[in-house]
Design a protein around this ligand. Structure first.
Ligand code: UD1
Ligand code: CA
Length: 457
């Protein structure tokens, strides 16, 4: 049994924000969600999160999750925070202590730490830093045994030269914590109850402490927005690497952003500056050109998405072509072999197989069947100021350019609508509908003389 404690009560003053630090977005999700996801991969865990500053906001951000929220009303130190949680921990569990603002710790690191802690009941993650300023320093004896942790503000000049630092992350058996924590004191520079003081207590009672060095990138914390931006890049680098491992071609792995989860087929190619959000599924042979935003979408096999396209809550069938500069909005289904070209916006519509909407259109609340051609500049007038209405276009219809389809309206099978028409009534199957006025041609001279006559009158 593992009790995971995430310390997240602090304010995060240096973020200069009205949001508590642990719900600041990191890759589009609240920072804390990353640790929650990683710890959920451990077996048999009880999740406890210690909150204080704007606790309501933090809890509301995760109201669907099985978390035991523990309120630390006054933030009297990391030791005090852990103390609040101890009554909730099983007597024979291992307690894994994590910090809400150190979100990139990997699953295998947690597993390793818990494994180490099985030996004596106490394992710590340390990190070697060239610039250890601000961190607690790991003080060792001549044999290299850990003796204590010296906090920056309490350390002697000699201790300040130590570059091995406390990450704060540790695994300790619950019974040891329960024995030690009541004995913490706040007689130190910050008048806080330091969790780190349990190290000296362990030494005193002969409990060996197992330490392991961490990859510095994994244990970086977020104290300000500079660090938040650094962590964002580290996370994106990891995600890009995972896509490369999965066989995706990334034209530049440094220029892709995954703010969610992307599942890929074989031979996917992604050009620069593509942003993925939410859950995205890409089939085999999908090609995505530069500067696209793709959110919560399922994209079929061999789909081509040209540059600057925006796709949001959409299902796309095999062999479809989208863009450049297309905007496909929520609730749209593009069937196989559809073509949606530049400056086309489609909202909440189903587009049948082989249908082409190639230029400058707005299609909203429509059902367009298969093999329809929608000419340039055609729009569905779906909104009357109060309600939305549906447009239906049946198989193989041909809609000329610059047509306004005033919904509700239905265009029959293989019907044709002449360019420039405003269609307010249904068009039966196989008929031609035309609403534009007749064109008049006349010699320019006769126009002039007519104008002259009217002026003289
Ligand atoms: C702590 C460690 C230090 C370590 C560093 C690594 C102690 C005494 N020091 O120092 O050795 O090198 O982390 O980043 O543990 N928190 C609470 N309640 C509190 C106090 C803090 O929940 O009463 C939370 C904070 O929100 C934060 C975390 O605990 O997530 C760390 O607290 P912080 O005050 O930043 O500790 P440091 O001084 O950085
Ligand atoms: Ca800190």
């Amino acid at each position: 049994m593992i009790d995971v404690l995430i310390l997240a009560a602090g304010k995060g003053t240096r973020m200069q924000s009205s949001l508590p630090k642990v719900i600041q977005p990191l890759s589009g999700q609240p920072m804390l969600s990353h640790l929650l996801e990683t710890t959920q991969q451990l077996n048999q865990v009880n999740m406890h999160v210690i909150v204080g500053f704007q606790a309501d906001k933090v809890m509301n951000a995760f109201d669907q999750q099985p978390i035991n929220w523990i309120l630390q009303e006054q933030q009297l130190g990391t030791g005090h925070a852990v103390q609040q949680a101890l009554t909730h921990c099983h007597d024979d569990s291992q307690v894994l202590i994590l910090y809400g603002d150190v979100p990139l710790v990997k699953h295998q690191t947690m597993v390793m730490l818990l494994e180490n802690a099985k030996q004596s009941g106490f394992a710590m993650l340390t990190v070697n830093l060239d610039q250890p300023y601000g961190y607690g320093r790991i003080v060792r004896d001549h044999q290299g045994q850990v003796m204590s942790i010296a906090e920056e503000k309490d350390a002697t000049l000699r201790e300040l030269e130590i570059t091995e630092c406390n990450t704060g992350i540790m695994a300790v058996s619950s019974c040891l914590l329960k024995k030690w924590l009541p004995n913490l004191s706040n007689q130190n520079a910050q008048k806080e109850y330091y969790l780190t003081d349990i190290v000296a207590m362990a030494v005193k009672s002969g409990v060996e402490i197992f330490t392991s060095p961490a990859d510095p990138e994994e244990v970086l914390g977020v104290n300000d927005r500079v660090q938040l931006a650094q962590l964002e890049r580290i996370l994106q680098k990891r995600r890009a690497a995972a896509l490369l491992q999965a066989g995706v071609t990334l034209i530049d792995p440094a220029r892709i952003d995954i703010r969610g989860e992307v599942t890929v087929g074989q031979d996917v190619v992604i050009d620069c500056n593509v942003i993925f959000e939410g859950k995205v599924v890409l089939g085999d042979g999908v090609s995505i050109a530069a500067n696209c935003v793709i959110r919560n979408a399922t994209i079929g096999n061999d789909v081509t998405i040209e540059a600057f396209s925006h796709i949001d809550m959409v299902i796309v069938g095999d062999h479809a072509c989208i863009g450049p500069y297309a905007r496909i909005r929520p609730g749209t289904v593009l069937s196989e072999k559809t073509k949606v070209g530049n400056f086309v916006e489609i909202k909440k519509s189903t587009i049948g197989a082989g249908t082409k909407i190639n230029h400058l259109s707005y299609i909203g609340d429509a059902i367009i069947e298969s093999n329809v051609n929608v000419g340039a500049g055609t729009i569905t007038c779906n909104y009357d100021g109060k309600n939305k209405h549906q447009t239906v276009i049946k198989d193989s219809a041909f809609i000329g350019s610059n047509v306004s389809l005033v919904a509700p309206v239905e265009i029959g099978k293989a019907a044709t609508v002449g360019a420039g028409s405003t269609i307010t009534k249904d068009v039966p199957d196989e008929q031609l509908a035309l609403t534009r006025s007749r064109q008049i041609n006349m010699p320019w001279q006769s126009v002039k003389s007519k104008l002259k006559c009217s002026e003289e009158k």
